[in-house]
Design a protein around this ligand. Structure first.
Ligand code: ADP
Ligand code: MG
Ligand code: MG
Length: 874
């Protein structure tokens, strides 16, 4: 959407609309214009249209914000007149004039972005007061205390937000609050409400003197100057450091800008029949359908959240609950925290009614801000309430049952990250925490354990039942046993891995895998509880709408079992090399690598393959009736050899070969670019016996199970193919071995042979490769690495710069680079299907677990995806 589009029917001679009025039962805008009016402005307009009591106002569009930043903080020439017209309209409805010495209209100037950024930008209340109009406000209200309270609040907010008077040091408190505290101390009182009109009048003078003293300027008395000062400050606050950081975390584009809403003030601080508060149409932590919230009598604006006075509960039920918790009598309850329901029953009834109207209208749980002036309820804001994962799920399911939304809408209401939260332990938000470091989040969930620095230590600790966290510079396949044994893994290098320097041994730490944070000690966690009726219902609906099928990545029968229990529809990636590290198999693997000839390699493989066959039997049996994609050996062989001199000497002794030979072999296998080296199907091409042995192990396992009557669906996958010929050669050998085994065993088992698409060339010639493949599985980790020419293991060093400077919109190893790598994927899907219409296509990269990438796959027309289960929290 753009500005032109909105200005569509306007002729050249008519000026562009920058200001949208609302109030008095009408509005120029509506909820659908939140991109232009900000969420707050759009919803105020919508509430006015619904006939709800909204103080009149106008919203200056986000386009003015864009203009303001594009042209050295200036405004479109038409704006001044449009704001004047808007103001006149407000004055008419309110029957007061802005700056009028007898009967002044006061305004609030409020910020509002497209999506809510709570507390990130600034608001100014009671604007329009000066030494003259404050007298008018006294006449209007008959209440000098109230008028001076408004005036001191205005100077305080204007001084802070517009004039920029902040504490001078980190230790200094808000200097305005200090003056208030001093005044209360001098009067020997504790509550703001105990300050008299005279006290407040003195504070006004002291505030003005403070501004003069610190900023060397006189507090502006001209209401127009005040108004434009506040408008400029709200636009300016779009780029304050708080807002910039928040946008970065929440992925909110900088270009969106903020709107400014200028609105007539209503007063919650006019006496005991006045109040201000917030309400939620449902309980946003549990999802329960009960109106709830807080309010304060005789208060204004942010007093409720500022924590100066303890707010009171809105409903009688909540008040009673609190009394029960605190062991108070009914008498005590009534005096200590009476509810809005009791104190102002009529306003409460209206609020309840409005809450229902809003829910029925927006069809979602709302977060409402309101003010009560002399018994009259005013609505100041409504928005979809931010909710916990559990509440999101319950509200979505309940609203379907209430007939408010349909199942499809319900499924879209719960964010993927929220569902993820439901499946993993989370840190108790209320617990005290001391953060040591923050890295990149690697997987959802939270774990605690003692720090260990080697995989062996991790394994040893696990045997004694101790919980540990494996801390490494980086992990190698050799650490796999330690990674399995550890609760969590913290690495200094690598893409999606926590980045932290930790030195103290014997330390206990907690990892939050969802945020990448590292905390000292053991932070209490909450267990996930996905086993609720809502969760089951919700997932059933999701199953109904999805087109992709989901498989898991699993390398062991245990992981396969867990995956199956979570509803995986097969294994999408079973990495055979992980099995090579179990127990003392690594010795046989090393023997194979060190063998001088084919015969020697075969001898070693003969030791290894019965063990691997056992694994395949286990996994295939666990996944009975479901497909299992088994990838043949992929990593470069040197990864299996020892690295340190000590380990080399050890191994030499074990194998009875001179250490010198081991060293020579290690040097011979050394590669400058191992990720682009002798790996994947290239190993299969050079050492036919390796892939043949693996194919044999798979087929023997399959035959054994088939004879038992277990239904098995093995899919043999060849990695790193770039040429049709590579796959043809390997496919032929695999088929030959499988046929041999089946003939000997006298059973037939169906199986398929396919390939990973992870070399960019393979995507471009996918049609030729498809001729030799029964299926494609996109290995998007390598495909990203090779397409971007970017090593995943080294990118960590400069990735932050690329993200900060907006070159990468996101870490391409976390979320698929749709505009680059994505095009290759689409090309390969198209070419592959053109060559073979029954080609099965999936993705087995880590991207399979990323919501944006899943959406991409859905659109690219994939039929299945496999995703990693609990990658880092082993
Ligand atoms: P935020 O985006 O930080 O919530 P708001 O613009 O909603 O900021 O303003 C904060 C509070 O100021 C509101 O919750 C309300 O209590 C008070 N406020 C804003 N506008 C008005 C108004 N026109 N009359 C009375 N109070 C107002
Ligand atoms: Mg608000
Ligand atoms: Mg790969």
């Amino acid at each position: 959407m753009n500005a032109q589009q909105h200005n569509g029917q306007g002729t050249k001679s008519r000026s562009k609309r920058y200001v949208y009025s609302f109030g008095g039962g009408k509005a120029d805008g509506h909820a659908g214009l939140n991109w232009l009016l900000g969420g707050k402005g759009a919803n105020l307009a919508e509430m006015a249209r619904l006939g709800l009591p909204v103080p009149p106002g106008m919203t200056i569009t986000t386009e003015v914000c864009t203009y303001y930043y594009a042209r050295q903080h200036s405004y479109p020439p038409e704006l001044d007149k449009q704001v004047r017209n808007g103001l006149t309209r407000i004055e008419k409805i309110m029957g007061r004039r802005f700056g009028d010495p007898e009967n002044p209209l006061l305004l609030s100037v409020r910020s509002g972005a497209r999506v809510s950024m709570p507390g990130m930008m600034d608001t100014v209340l009671n604007l329009g007061l000066n030494d003259t109009t404050v007298q008018g406000l006294i006449k209007q209200s008959g209440n000098p205390r109230f008028a001076y309270d408004c005036y001191r609040r205005f100077i305080q907010m204007y001084g802070d937000v517009v004039l920029g008077l902040k504490p001078e040091s980190k230790t200094e408190r808000d200097p305005f609050e200090t003056l208030i505290e001093d005044k209360k101390a001098a009067r020997d009182i504790t509550l703001d409400t105990e300050l008299t009109a005279d006290d407040l009048r003195e504070l006004v003078a002291e505030f003005k003197a403070l501004i003069q003293d610190r900023l060397h300027l006189t507090f502006p008395q001209d209401p127009q100057e005040q108004l434009w000062g506040a408008i400029g400050a709200v636009f300016g606050s779009w780029n304050n450091p708080r807002a910039v950081t928040y946008r970065k975390i929440e992925n909110i584009p900088e270009e969106w800008g903020t709107a400014v809403t200028v609105q007539a003030m209503v007063f919650g601080n006019l006496g005991e029949d006045c109040a201000t508060g917030v309400a939620f149409t449902r309980d946003l932590s549990t999802g329960e359908k009960v109106l709830n919230g807080d309010f304060l009598v005789n208060a204004q604006g942010e007093d409720v959240v500022a924590g100066i006075r303890t707010p009171l509960p809105i409903t009688l039920a909540a008040s009673r609950q609190r009394a029960a918790r605190e062991g108070r009598s009914e008498e005590e309850r009534k005096t200590l925290y009476p509810s809005l329901e009791e104190r102002m029953p009529e306003c409460f009834a209206t609020l309840q009614e409005i809450a229902q109207t809003l829910e029925a209208h927006y069809k979602d749980a709302q977060d409402i801000e309101f003010t009560i002036q002399k018994g009259q309820l005013w609505m100041l804001q409504t928005r979809a309430g931010k909710r916990t994962a559990a509440a999101a799920l319950k509200i979505a399911v309940d609203m379907v049952h209430e007939g408010l939304i349909d199942e499809r809408t319900a499924v879209l209401r719960v964010a993927p990250a929220q569902l993820d939260q439901l499946l993993h332990p989370t840190l108790d938000p209320a617990a005290a925490k001391e953060r040591l470091a923050r890295g990149l989040p690697a997987s959802p969930g939270a774990v605690s354990g003692a720090v260990v620095f080697s995989a062996d230590d991790a394994e040893a600790a696990a045997r004694t039942g101790r919980k540990v966290i494996l801390v490494r510079i980086e992990t190698s396949p050799e650490d796999i046993h330690g990674m399995h044994a550890a609760q969590g893994i913290l690495t200094a290098r690598g893409g999606a891995s926590s980045h932290a320097a930790l030195v103290s041994r014997g330390m206990l730490i907690t990892l939050d895998g969802s945020t990448g944070e590292v905390f000292r000690g053991q932070v209490p966690t909450r267990d996930p509880n996905p086993d609720t009726p809502e969760f089951k219902t919700f997932m059933l609906w999701a199953d109904h709408f999805r087109r992709l099928r989901v498989r898991a990545n699993a390398d062991t029968p245990h992981d396969a079992k867990v995956a199956r229990e979570f509803g995986a529809e097969g294994i999408g990636l079973c990495r055979t090399e992980h099995m090579f590290f179990e127990g003392d198999r690594i010795d046989a693997v090393r023997e194979m690598i060190l063998a001088e000839d084919t015969a020697g390699r075969k001898r070693a493989l003969d030791k290894l393959m019965p063990m691997q066959k056992g694994d395949f039997v286990g996994i295939l049996r666990t996944m009975a009736g479901l497909p299992v994609t088994i990838r043949l050996l992929d990593p470069p062989l040197h990864e299996f050899l020892p690295h340190t001199e000590e380990e080399i000497v050890d191994l030499a002794a074990k194998l009875g070969v001179p250490a010198e030979r081991l060293r020579a072999k290690r040097n011979a296998l050394h590669e400058v670019n191992p990720m682009l080296g002798h790996r994947g199907c290239r190993l299969g091409i050079t050492f036919p016996e390796i892939y043949e042995a693996q194919a044999r192990a798979i087929m023997e396992a399959a035959c054994e199970l088939a004879r038992e009557g277990v239904e098995i669906i093995p899919e043999i996958m060849v990695p790193l193919v770039g040429y049709k010929r590579e796959l043809e050669i390997l496919r032929e050998r695999i088929v030959r071995v499988c046929t041999e085994v089946a003939n000997v065993q006298r059973v037939t088992v169906p199986y398929t042979v396919g390939t990973m698409i992870e070399v960019p060339r393979a995507t471009v010639v996918a049609d030729t490769i498809a001729a030799a493949a029964d299926f494609f599985s996109f290995g998007t980790n390598d495909l990203t690495q090779m397409t971007l020419g970017l090593s995943r293991d080294d990118a960590g060093k400069f990735l932050p710069d690329y993200l900060n400077q907006g070159i990468f919109p996101q870490d391409p190893f976390v979320s698929l680079d749709q505009s680059g790598v994505g095009l290759l994927v689409e090309l390969a899907v198209r070419k592959g299907r053109a060559a073979r219409s029954d080609l099965k296509i999936g993705i087995c990269g880590e991207h399979g677990g990323d919501p944006a990438s899943v959406q991409f796959c859905h659109q690219a027309g994939g039929k299945r995806a496999s995703t990693t289960l609990a990658a880092a929290t082993a």
